[in-house]
Write a protein that binds this ligand. Structure first.
Ligand code: IPM
Ligand code: MG
Length: 370
């Protein structure tokens, strides 16, 4: 008998734990009601790992992540660890996972649920039906470029250094992912950089264009400067289908795109590596939002982004697209029925706690599959 698929859960810090508690309910539901069963294990990352091991990601945890069929991460960071040395901050745990698992393609869908159109800071007509996919390069660029550091100068000043650097292969492999995704969507890729100012941006533009000419010209490719893209996202967001961009610009643009949909608390993401000889691809799934220390531990958080991240895992890592659909449809129904956590609360809706939202979702799953 084939063994179960493995899932490593890393709740992390802040609201990560309470959100993950709700995912556990969905995982149990999949096991009980759909016979979709996972070998679930749990470990520490971020501040939680610092408190236990003195480092934001223990080597054993890294090894387990490399072994797992998929990793589901909550969130990392919080004021408690803000003053630690840069090299052992909670965020370094997350960055180490991305780097050592070689998760170079970060998929951040910005999808506006009909029921949440009013929650957006933009006019309803601008965001209703919005469906953008941001493909963010995740293991290169200024996040990892060398040299980096803070150095003392002879004149008594200090100098902070980071390096924006991309190679041909780094650009091509993530662009490939964007073209493939566009093919299953509206067939359009907008590649975003600052080719007017940065050589790495110019190289990005040239390599993406070249790859487009090598068998991808069924896709409509356009290029845009990152500053313009940030403006266009809040002007006419629906002009975009797939946005392809580097690590830093992707970090910024994905927060903007997320807010268009009403709340950061709604958006999942998938980080994927390349497909190996056995057809397996390393993957980590995480909500786009952070650890929200201000509401952590109060059972107020919106668990839907983390639950939707698990749905993405079902689709991209476990080949259970049907179950992923079921979760996504149940979330849409819940929202339509006016169930809300505080971040997306609106007049006439029913305010739920984090755990109530988890329970409500499980009931919806029951109904949907009855
Ligand atoms: C994100 C976050 C991370 C990033 C932080 C927590 C390191 O903002 O996933 O968007 O900058 O990539
Ligand atoms: Mg970010």
């Amino acid at each position: 008998m084939a063994s179960n698929k493995s899932l490593l859960i890393l709740p992390g810090d802040g609201i990560g734990a309470e959100a993950m508690g709700q995912v556990r309910k969905v995982v149990d539901w999949m096991d009980n009601r759909r016979s979709v069963t996972f070998d679930v294990s749990e470990d520490l990352v971020g501040g939680a790992a610092i408190d236990r091991h003195g480092v934001p990601l223990a080597d054993e945890t890294m090894d387990r992540a490399l072994e797992a069929d998929a990793v589901l991460l909550g969130a990392v960071g919080g004021p408690k660890w803000d003053n630690l040395d840069f090299s052992i901050k909670p965020e370094r745990g997350l960055l180490r996972l991305r780097k050592e698992m070689e998760l170079f393609a970060n998929l951040r869908p910005a999808l506006c649920f009909d029921a949440l159109v009013e929650a957006s800071s933009l006019k309803p007509e601008l965001v209703s039906g919005l469906d953008i996919m941001i493909v963010r390069e995740l293991t290169g660029g200024v996040y990892f470029g060398e040299p980096r550091g803070i150095e003392d100068l002879e004149n008594g000043e200090r100098r902070g250094i980071n390096t924006q650097v991309y190679t041909t292969s780094e650009i091509r492999r993530v662009a490939e992912v964007a073209f493939d995704l566009a093919r299953k969507r509206d067939g359009r890729v907008c590649s975003v950089e600052k080719a007017n100012v940065m050589e790495s941006g110019l190289l990005w533009r040239e390599e993406v264009s070249k790859l487009h000419g090598e068998g991808n010209d069924d896709i409509e490719l356009s290029h845009m400067y990152a500053d313009n893209c940030s403006m266009q996202l809040v002007r006419t967001p629906k002009q975009f289908d797939v946005i392809l961009t580097d690590n830093l610009f992707g970090d910024m643009l994905s927060d903007t795109a997320a807010m268009l949909t009403g709340s950061l608390g709604m958006l999942p993401s998938a980080s994927l590596g390349s497909v190996d000889a056995l057809g397996r691809r390393k993957a980590m799934y995480e909500p786009v939002h952070g650890s929200a220390p201000d509401i952590a531990g109060q059972d107020k958080a919106n668990p839907l982004a983390t639950i939707l991240s698990f749905a993405m895992a079902l689709r991209y890592s476990y080949d259970h697209g049907e179950e992923a659909d079921l979760i996504e449809q149940s979330v849409a129904t819940l929202l339509k029925e006016g169930k809300r956590t505080g971040d997306i609360m609106a007049e006439g809706c029913e305010l739920l706690s984090c755990s109530q939202m988890g329970d409500a979702l499980v009931r919806k799953l029951d109904e949907a599959s009855a």
